[in-house]
Design a protein. Structure first.
Length: 477
């Protein structure tokens, strides 16, 4: 019986058509462009801003950001449960987006406030507050955003894929814009306002559209996430114990959680070192803008067709294949690149393009695990599963960023350092080999231990949707 239902689910998944309009899909995806614009400058340039503009030592920067990211991680884990338990005025999820946008703007101001003439404690403290404000707020708004996807798409797996794939495409556009314009704009503003204020002005220019992006998203989600959420029919109450057990007992989510975390540690190790690579190994900071722009153009093109290849391969094979290719690309960076920024760009673009094999699925890996757990246990922790999607990224930022900056400190980096062959070799090992090994471990874990097929996920989602409809009909009677 179960096998027959599974085959029916597989056939339904293949034939299923999207019910959402293109306008709904585009607006939902466009939000990720606006949020990425708001976040990218701090995510990419805060470390080098702190070491080379605020003149804080690499070791102090690494410790400061490690503490800030640890706090952000803890709050990120708790944020899903907080969102579910809170009953804010403008919808269970929309409220966090509408309120959070103002905290994000203020966090950007604090992050890039030029305190270079202040005592060291104040320099560190203001940057710390800015990081916490921006990233903790993003923990809530990102979880709320991803929770809106199943609200919009219901159990329609085609629509879920459309929403996440379109978001990945728009995110790529945002990364292209910030890659092409950030360094040239900061460079142009520096003689006029100074490097510190230049970063802040550019970050705010990119962040202001986010205010309007939230408003657009709010317009298409009012119906599925209505005001006064106390009136919405609720399922069983989820306790803190349930949250912990939903992760510990959900072996498939544990596998994805660990694999994603290891992948992000490798990714953010590379990202934490890339600005230093161009500033010191290449010796031309402006080349960073060219390299990132080329990488993002290839990424934008890849985002248009690679997710479709990923859909044919399925979630598991897409994830494993992308991680292996990405790791091989950065192994090549170590052995063949040196100070040749063109080769660095080529290998980075190849690795980045194939990442779109799985990014088109977005949080669906974790949503699938939530559907699986609901079907097996009767406990609806799907929104907790969605909340867990952003946690590996935060672990990656925390540990990957720490590896990058503590690594720089260990090999003798100081602002304005004269690069020696020994320093360059150690730097390239940090940039190429360490992240590649981590990413390969993530691929190996997924390949061996992840057992949830796309067909099973579709079956679980459909069965859960049926049960929910039955419960709602019973409640109305």
């Amino acid at each position: 019986m179960w096998r027959r239902n599974l085959n029916m689910a597989k056939q339904a998944m293949q034939a299923e058509k999207g019910a959402l309009s293109n306008k709904q899909v585009n607006i939902y995806g466009a939000y990720l462009m606006f949020s990425s614009l708001a976040a990218m400058v701090q995510m990419t340039y805060l470390t080098i801003f702190m070491t080379d503009t605020l003149m804080i030592s690499a070791g102090v920067v690494a410790t400061t950001l490690l503490i800030a990211r640890a706090i952000d991680l803890v709050i990120g884990i708790l944020s899903g449960g907080i969102i579910e338990k809170a009953h804010l005025k403008w919808g269970r999820y929309r409220s966090w987006l509408l309120i959070g946008r103002w905290f994000i703007i203020f966090g950007i101001v604090c992050s890039f406030f030029d305190t270079s003439s202040w005592p060291i404690g104040f320099r560190v403290g203001v940057a710390f507050v800015g990081y916490i404000l921006l990233n903790v707020t993003f923990s809530f708004v990102t979880n709320a955003y991803y929770a809106l996807a199943p609200c919009l798409a219901k159990g329609n797996m085609t629509d879920r894929f459309r929403l996440s794939a379109r978001g990945a495409q728009f995110m790529c556009v945002a990364m292209l814009i910030t890659s092409a314009l950030t360094v040239p704009l900061v460079t142009a503003l520096t003689p006029v306002v100074g490097a510190g204020w230049g970063y802040m002005i550019v970050a705010l220019i990119f962040a202001i559209p986010y205010i309007f992006g939230v408003q657009m998203l709010n317009g298409i989600t009012k119906e599925c996430d209505p005001d006064n959420p106390e009136k919405v029919v609720a399922g069983p109450q989820i306790t803190i114990k349930d949250m912990v057990l939903s992760v510990v007992k959900n072996n498939q989510m544990l596998v994805m959680f660990i694999a994603y975390s290891i992948y992000y540690i490798g990714l953010y190790t590379i990202q934490g070192l890339s600005t230093y690579y161009f500033m010191y190994i290449v010796g031309d900071y402006m080349k960073l803008s060219i390299s990132m722009t080329v990488t993002m153009i290839t990424g934008t093109i890849a985002s248009l067709f690679v997710p479709q290849l990923g859909k044919k391969l399925g979630k598991k094979r897409s994830f494993v294949s992308a991680l292996v290719i990405y790791a091989l690309a950065f192994i090549c960076v170590y052995f063949f690149v040196g100070g040749n920024w063109i080769l660095y760009t080529v290998f980075g673009a190849i690795g980045g393009a194939f990442v779109y094999l799985f990014t088109g699925f977005g949080p669906n890996y974790f949503i699938d695990c939530g559907e699986y757990y609901l079907y097996k246990t009767g406990k609806d922790t799907r929104n907790i599963a969605i909340a867990m999607f952003s946690v590996p990224m935060k672990i990656g930022m925390m540990l990957g960023g720490a590896i990058a900056i503590y690594g720089l400190d260990a090999i003798g980096y100081q602002a304005g350092i004269q690069v020696t062959p020994e320093f360059q070799n150690h730097f390239m090992f940090l940039l190429g080999i360490i992240p590649s090994v981590l990413v390969l471990i993530g691929a190996l874990i997924t390949g061996i231990f992840y057992k949830l097929t796309d067909e099973k996920a579709a079956f679980y989602a459909e069965e859960n949707a049926k049960k929910m409809r039955e419960q709602m009909n019973t409640a109305k009677e």
